[in-house]
Design a protein around this ligand. Structure first.
Ligand SMILES: Nc1nc2c(c(=O)[nH]1)N[C@H]1C(S)=C(S)[C@@H](COP(=O)(O)O)O[C@H]1N2
Ligand SMILES: [Mo]
Length: 424
């Protein structure tokens, strides 16, 4: 898969070296690591305007996850401040994930914002005017509306399988496969709003930022509001400022009143509870494209891979882990597969631990930024433990591998998952 971000990344770094890029809240040593990794080392000392993360806010412990919607046990697994969708609960829910089943990934907790007083501020030296431009929700709704179906998936979805399937330790939320949901998003193209705000040819990066509380790491470093730069090329392509989800007003947990929707890209790109967007004539950095959301580890350069863009390829059964199924009966196994690189064009299933494979029946055409539903029928004859596997091939021709190369933060797990069931 082509990754234009990696050449852009090198350009961004060169500009930072030349003093032309801004990196508020990013430790200088982290950028130096990135430079070394990109082979862009320098003899001259590098000046950095803003000191790294202001120190140590008091550690806060949250008993409740800070999520507004109900999280019934049948549908969700609570993981810290987050709620993972239980895949079996998606069986029969249709193509679009109902809002009440949709996973929630919160760095802190859901802020409840008033749409009537909410404003989006667009500002920065990539715009024609020096003054910030403000848009209320009604202003955004006056632009032509666009509707897109797309999944939002956390880059760490599937992370727990690095440990349970590959015996490796990684940091971060131990998701199984339920940190994904697909919705119909309605909103206005970011390109339209940027143009209305006076976008100039100087602009290279935009930095959307959330209104949720500042994020304080486990070591007490305050990283500020959740924000991650987006290259202008993607910002002008298919990105939406979304104010509706599945035909309803965007709900609090998913970014009310307005979130960014960045199709196919790592979930962190789709900033919720948008407050402002900086449009910069220089490349931008935040901890979410330096410390996080790059691949680190033995297989990767010192300072990590390029900043992550597309999600990877995955498949999941809509079936409980260790489900009990009677022998000598017909079972319809159902599931979903998806890819950030293109649509999924084929899915194969094995019910014997990977020895033999057969094609699953697909219910959806391959669709960029979407998933396909599939099924296969199975009649196990003998009681025992069986391992079910599903592996997808996407429209770029990529098939899910047997293992995923380790990265220390456990992003982009794409290996075939071995799903145990008990036949009795
Ligand atoms: N403001 C803000 N935006 C955010 C986050 C956040 O914590 N705060 N989490 C990000 C991450 S890591 C993911 S995976 C998605 C999850 O979107 P969802 O909660 O609507 O499923 O939102 C992204 N946008
Ligand atoms: Mo995420």
């Amino acid at each position: 898969m082509p990754r234009p971000e990696s050449s852009y990344d090198r350009r961004r770094l060169r500009q930072w070296l030349a003093g032309d890029a801004r990196a508020d809240g990013v430790a200088r040593r982290d950028l130096l690591k990135l430079l070394a990794a990109a082979g862009l080392t320098t003899a001259a000392p590098v000046a950095l305007g803003t000191p790294a993360a202001a120190a140590a806010a008091a550690a806060t412990t949250v008993a409740a996850p800070g999520i507004v919607k109900p999280l019934p046990d049948d549908w969700f697994t609570i993981r810290g401040t987050n709620a993972e969708t239980k895949f079996p609960s998606l069986a029969g829910t249709g193509y679009h994930t109902p809002i009440d089943h949709f996973f929630v990934r919160n760095h802190t907790s859901t802020p409840v914002l008033d749409a009537r007083t909410w404003k989006l501020t667009v500002w920065g030296d990539g715009l024609a005017r020096e003054e910030p431009v403000e848009f209320g929700l009604d202003d955004l709704k006056r632009f032509p509306a666009t509707t897109r179906t797309a999944f939002v998936e956390c880059a760490g979805n599937g992370r727990s399988f690095f440990t349970t399937q590959q015996g490796q330790s990684v940091t971060g939320t131990a998701w199984t496969l339920g940190a994904i949901g697909t919705a119909r998003w309605k909103g206005v193209r970011l390109a339209e709003v940027l143009r209305a705000a006076g976008l100039t040819r100087r602009a290279v990066d935009v930095m959307p930022r959330g209104l949720d509380a500042e994020y304080v790491t486990a070591d007490g470093a305050n990283l500020g509001h959740v924000r991650r730069p987006l290259p202008l090329s993607k910002a002008l392509d298919d990105v939406l400022l979304a104010y509706e989800m599945n035909g309803e007003e965007l709900p609090p947990d998913h970014g009310h009143p307005v979130r960014l929707l960045v199709p196919s890209w790592v979930g962190i790109s789709s900033i919720k509870w948008l407050g402002d967007i900086e449009v910069a004539a220089q490349p931008l950095y935040s901890p979410w494209n330096t410390d996080f959301y790059r691949l680190f580890g033995d297989a990767y350069p010192e300072g990590g891979s390029a900043s992550l863009t597309h999600q990877t390829l995955k498949s999941a059964f809509e079936l409980a882990w260790n489900a009990s199924l009677p022998a000598g009966a017909d079972h319809r196994l159902t599931g979903r597969s998806w890819s950030g690189a293109g649509g999924v064009g084929g899915v194969e299933v094995s019910t014997d631990g990977g020895t033999t494979w057969r094609r699953a029946r697909l219910y959806d055409a391959p669709r960029r930024a979407g998933w396909v539903r599939w099924s296969t029928d199975w009649r196990p004859t003998t009681p025992g433990t069986y391992t079910l596997l599903a592996r997808a091939t996407d429209t770029t021709g990529r098939r899910q591998p047997e293992t995923t190369v380790l990265n220390t933060q456990g992003y982009l797990f794409d290996a075939v998952v071995r799903h145990p069931v008990q036949v009795f």
